[in-house]
Write a protein that binds this ligand. Structure first.
Ligand SMILES: [Cu+2]
Length: 159
């Protein structure tokens, strides 16, 4: 397991939500938001979500005070063209994981309420199909740093 400093924070949030009565089996790793070009109104979040439970988990919505609208997308390559399809939910298989990364599943973050740059932190609330909510704090990182290759979203069609 990677030992990013913020993981300990994530774990404490995870266990807090457990002790608060939620029974989520989800664990988030390596979550980050790609810093966008100066005038961009769209940012993208990537992460890995692990499900240690025996039932499939579905995250049906995400919200954050830092963005006006958040949706789930999946990039699909059709020949030379990359198109994005809207997903109603992030589906994490039982005893499995969902990887959100460039060219695949990702979380679209529309209209940041203020400019976000590397080092900023964004708080999210994820809502599961069963009504549970999970809080997650995700760091913003500059493009071009170790984890952030190949995140150019400008070629995609947004809808
Ligand atoms: Cu997208």
């Amino acid at each position: 397991m990677k030992t990013f400093p913020f993981l300990s924070l994530l774990f404490s949030l995870f266990f807090f939500s457990q002790s608060a009565g939620a029974a989520s089996n989800l664990e988030f790793e390596g979550a980050w938001i790609a810093e966008a070009p100066p005038r961009s109104k769209v940012l993208v979040a990537y992460m890995e979500i692990k499900n240690s439970g025996d039932e499939v988990a579905k995250i049906v919505s995400a919200s954050s005070g830092s963005f006006k609208r958040i949706t789930f997308h999946q990039t699909q390559q059709k020949g030379e063209m990359a198109t994005m399809q809207h997903s109603d939910a992030l589906i994490i298989p039982a005893n499995g994981k969902l990887v959100l990364e460039a060219g695949s599943h990702h979380i679209m973050l529309f209209e940041p309420v203020k400019k976000l740059t590397g080092g900023d932190q964004v708080n999210f609330d994820f809502t599961l199909e069963n009504g549970e909510t999970i809080k997650l704090t995700v760091p913003v990182k500059k493009q071009g740093t170790q984890d952030s290759q190949n995140t150019d979203h400008s070629k995609h069609m947004h809808h």
